[in-house]
Design a protein around this ligand. Structure first.
Ligand SMILES: C[S@@+](CC[C@H](N)C(=O)[O-])C[C@H]1O[C@@H](n2cnc3c(N)ncnc32)[C@H](O)[C@@H]1O
Ligand code: SF4
Length: 383
């Protein structure tokens, strides 16, 4: 039974050069056909994982703020009919901060969206041009102001550790960002993803990514400034005031079941991993043909599921409930986490070992990937 629903909208006005998400530019989208198909895909999941009211819905993308509000309204009405909503259901939509999209915020709020995650990406016009964004700072901040008028909860994304970005410049940018008073911020270090335009640019010497040391310094500054402002990191890239965390993403990091519908959406349902057809056209024809967009459903062995739970949960400041995971998947704690490495990493101050619960410390977070590689038992990962 899932209490979280993810809906993927795969279309964007332009492909950003850093982005490897399942996002596509199309001249025309048949909204009526997409509404029918998303509803069919949703019904298929609800039949398999219904029964409990939804605590969260997340429209991710792509650019879900390009969805007509009536389409969002139709999907939410169907989700409520199929699952019912918990009293305080969190309904988030990812939005790009253009004036056209901001004009639809009022209607999206009336459709039931109560939280928006806005892709501001930078508060510097030259950086926005470098990132290939269609908005400038002024337009982005106007959209933020409109969002704050319409939605009780607003978050925005910034990408830092950009080429040549200095500590002082990032401090100024982040201080300004914190000044807007949102309860949540997602602050991502720029990653050069394979098969993106930025990967080609770097290969061809058009720019150099920031080195690891300055990037680590920016990470420290980020943690310090956000904590001072009352929005400490609760996940490696996510910061929130108390009770303002994204409940949907928390469900995912805490390894709770989540239905994922729409192109390329992943889900976890009763010990199985679900994956939808990735390319929009393939997903749409699959739904028309079979009534759902599922491409693969893989039953996960207890050790694979346990290692996923550890890899996800250790991104969180609260860490993982080891004893609970051991019981849930029927695996001894010593097989979950390598005892020797656990002791060594605790002595080095990279992890906080509270017996039943284990967490990566602020000191360990900058080298999280290396720690995960050391910590999660090799037999478990190989299983
Ligand atoms: C699904 S994406 C985008 C949502 C929305 N379409 C937008 O662009 O504003 C979610 C976020 O991931 C971040 N992101 C995507 N690719 C990234 C990369 N290569 N490095 C760092 N952050 C990235 C961006 O901040 C982006 O807003
Ligand atoms: S960053 Fe957002 S707008 Fe840009 S291509 Fe990716 S999903 Fe689309």
């Amino acid at each position: 039974m899932a209490r979280a629903l993810y809906i993927h909208w795969p279309f964007c006005l332009k492909k950003c050069p850093y982005c490897d998400f399942n996002s596509h530019v199309r001249d025309e989208v048949d909204h009526a056909a997409w509404q029918r198909a998303l509803i069919a895909d949703m019904r298929h999941e609800a039949a398999l994982a219904g029964g409990e009211p939804l605590a969260s819905i997340f429209f991710g993308g792509g650019t879900p703020s390009l969805m007509p509000p009536a389409l969002v309204d139709g999907l939410l009405a169907e989700a409520e009919r199929l699952w019912g909503f918990a009293d305080d259901v969190e309904i988030t939509l990812e939005a790009n901060p253009s004036s056209v999209e901001a004009a639809a915020f009022g209607d999206l709020a009336r459709a039931g969206v109560n939280r928006v995650s806005l892709g501001l990406q930078a508060l510097d016009d030259a950086a926005l041009r470098f990132l290939g964004r269609l908005h400038d700072v002024a337009e982005g901040l106007d959209a933020l102001a409109v969002a704050q008028r319409h939605f009780a909860r607003v978050s925005f994304d910034l990408i830092y550790a950009r080429p040549n970005q200095s500590v002082a410049a990032w401090e100024r940018e982040l201080e300004r960002a914190l000044g807007f008073g949102t309860g949540h911020l997602s602050l991502y270090q720029l990653t050069i993803e394979p098969n993106t335009r930025f990967a080609t640019d770097v290969r061809q010497g058009r720019f150099d990514p920031l080195d690891d040391d300055p990037a680590a310094e920016l990470f420290e500054v980020t943690r310090a400034l956000t904590a001072n402002a009352g929005l400490p990191a609760y996940e490696i890239s996510n910061h929130a005031r108390p009770n303002e965390q994204s409940r949907h993403n928390l469900a995912y990091w805490r390894y709770q079941d989540c239905c994922g519908i729409g192109p390329g959406a992943h889900g976890r349902r009763g010990g199985a991993a679900t994956m939808r057809h990735r390319k929009p056209e393939n997903w749409l024809s699959a739904v028309v043909e079979h009534g759902h967009g599922l491409r693969e459903e893989t039953s996960l062995s207890p050790s694979t599921a346990a290692s996923e739970a550890l890899l996800m949960g250790l991104r969180l400041a609260e860490g993982v409930p080891l004893a609970e995971i051991a019981t849930r998947f029927g695996i001894e704690p010593a097989r979950l986490i390598d005892p020797q490495r656990r002791e060594m990493l605790a002595q080095l101050g990279f992890i906080r070992d509270e017996g039943e619960r284990l967490a990566v410390t602020p000191r360990g977070m900058p080298v999280l990937d290396a720690i995960l590689g050391e910590l999660v038992h090799p037999e478990l990962v190989a299983a």
